[in-house]
Design a protein around this ligand. Sequence first.
Ligand code: ATP
Ligand code: MG
Length: 425
Amino acid sequence: MAKKIQAVRGMHDILPDEVFRWQYMQDILAQLLSGYGYRQLLLPVVEKTELFKRSIGEVTDIVEKEMYTFDDRNGDSLTLRPEGTAGCLRACLEHGLLHNQQQRLWYSGPMFRHERPQKGRYRQFYQVGVETYGMAGPDIDVELIALSHRLWQQLGIRESVQLELNTLGSSDERSRYRDRLVEYFQAHKEQLDQDSLDRLERNPLRILDSKNPDLKPVIDAAPAFSECLEAESTEHFQQITSSLDDLEIDYVLNPHLVRGLDYYCNTVFEWTTASLGAQGTICAGGRYDGLVSQLGGRAIPAIGFAMGIERIILLMQEVAAEQVQPKLPHVYLIRFGEQGERRGLQLCERLRSALPALRLTMNCGGGSAKSQFKRADHSGASFALVVGDDEVENNQYSLKALRHDQPQESLSEQALIERLQKELI
Ligand code: ATP
Ligand code: MG
């Protein structure tokens, strides 16, 4: 036998036994987003490499070591998208969606990063991204947070997540802070690891983002951004926190929240959980006012967030598993004998016409009554509907409950439809 080919490391199949949770989450999300006035767009999975280099930043983990980049047959350098913000903005600029108008948008789909696979960290993973353009905040910043907060409530995971909040100020303030940080970490060089020493040269803010626990003391004692903030940024941030207080949405101020990408300014936030180990961030976002002009548009304020679907699903399984159940068939139709098979097929299609919401699985491929009952049981259906030669002759169908004690019923087609109708309510 030929050797089996396996999936690429870190790229997962999501099997039917799991997919119902994804669908549940997607349904809730789509309804919630349209309720807030956000419109969906569908974007390519591949973009020009240049787009990510220019937006995410050359000196970031993603661009330096995580991108799937390749030359296509024309020799153009292309990249499987590692995140969605850049492509969304590219599309909006390309199609003139930002001309004198505000936009509230969302997208979802796979992202690709060449990372070390582990629980909650994959090489192909799914994100839902939400982006807004043309609003300088702070009201829209708060709306985005309130929207995500509502999502956790609806998914039953609110009690397991917390909101971390910080501001990164303007680019002037950031460069002043950068100088301060460099000075501080230079003075504490002996406490840094190799990764952070590299970052010290090229992207010192990222040291604050280090996941090495040994660095925690030196990072905790680092100067806070607030020392470099001026009145305007402080005011913006205070309006956000006071609106969150009004809405009774709790938050934790985390002065060392910096986010891994270069384009953020002012508001940054993450929703984190203690229930998923090191992969604790389920949603992350922030303001990126500078990015539109960086990609060739006019200066337009922007803010958005992205959430990692796998991590949200993992969390739902941990803390809200009973809230979502798979959609099993209502009825499994068993049919045997020449007449029974024929009538059974016709009956199935008529039931589907009469009861569009009915989940009805028809036995295919024959089999004895016994083996068909086995399949019915295995399918998880609530009822078996039996059509054999006797049933055809009497024009009465047998309905047998499979999951609870209930006498078998013998029903005409019309009575069967009415009976199943009740079952669907
Ligand atoms: P992390 O710090 O965990 O590496 P990140 O800062 O790289 O996350 P973002 O680029 O902000 O992540 O992406 C937004 C969200 O997408 C994350 O909060 C997380 O939920 C999810 N995510 C990011 N990378 C992965 C991955 N490799 N596998 C699964 N989910 C991911
Ligand atoms: Mg990362």
